[in-house]
Design a protein around this ligand. Sequence first.
Ligand code: GLU
Length: 440
Amino acid sequence: MTPVNSAIRSSRLTHDPGSGWQGPPGTFDLLEMANLQLLEVCERMNLSQDSFNMLRRFERVFAVTIPIRMDNGHIEIFDGYRVLHNTLRGPGKGGIRYSPDVNVNEVSALAMWMTWKCAVVDIPFGGAKGGVRCDPKKMSRNEIEQLTRRFTFEISPVIGPTQDIPAPDMNTNEQVMAWMMDTYSMGAGRTVLGVVTGKPLTLGGSQGRRQATARGCLFVAAEAMEKLGIKTRGASIVIQGFGNVGMHAALLAASEYGMKVIGIGDYRESLYNAKGIDVERLAVHAAEHGTIAGFAGAEIITADQLLALECDVLLPAATAEQITRMNAPAVRAKIVCEGANGPTTPEADKILADRGILVLPDILANAGGVTVSYFEWVQDLQSFFWSEEHINAQLKTIMTKAFRRVWDLAQKEKCDMRTAAMLLGVKTIATASELRGLYP
Ligand code: GLU
């Protein structure tokens, strides 16, 4: 068997090899970043070139056109995607994001990360992701509903409770999932609860799903703090992002762990308070104003200063590629716990590792969301619903076990936590591939 050929590094690892990446300095095309991470572990594992080629490819890349009549009467056309990376261990699973940056390479990278993530927490799903390129902050509720319904209709042939199961992601929420479930169900002629997760509680949603990603982040952050001898009570945490993950992480860190949330930033403003921000009041402010900007109980700092605050835990929960080779040297956290997907570039990973900063990688740290999505899907299929205590206890068991497996592997292999998590994820999929064999 030919081992992975490192010469592949010099070629571009994206769908469209002709496209030169032109993002801000220090950033990557996300698919190239995901492929680089995969390549590194394949080299470390001595996996064959054939296996690498199989793992880096996508089972399906589905692109759709979504024409919507906007409130002003004019027809606008949006691009949407649903990408299935790998279904060796079960149906596709992964969120749908609405954002102006959505493109096929980004959605594909996120789909690949879902494959590794589901394998790391050992739930029986493959990796998928979807998205629509749009700016939901500039759209009305009616326009978002029309967009969601037409997008769902367009991707209906490729989604389904045993095929591929969407969920919320950046800028999508329970209401969007309710519209998706309704649209799919209308086409099917019956209510199909298990087609999406992250739904409202009254429509087959699960207790604890809303907080699940944040809760999972804190479970692994607490485990890591214990390993480093940091007491959680009174420990300082800085959070980038105040969406579903960032907001719930702030609330839970303060209420359940007694941590001090000393910095929080969103798309408008970054805030600092050495004594700890009153996050309950901040959440009320953000619900009223749609942003944390204008909150009185903290000092305004820049987005760069936020990431450079001295703290025990830095939790990036906004978007990809926030910690790059440009700002990684300034990070002064002991632990970086990735609530977002892909917030740290491969170059920044190396800088943080050299500086002794422990990075809890996205495919481990933020896996609480998809884990409770799994619980929701099981509950929907069985039409039997569990209590919040039961959900949170099961989530804790899964997250803690995954953390320990990754931690132990990192010690054994003398590598960082991302490499260890990738080793675990990739090994699981490679084994599944070998056991299933090639059809026909
Ligand atoms: N969008 C979330 C993630 O990136 C959740 C996916 C899901 O629940 O299927 O993990």
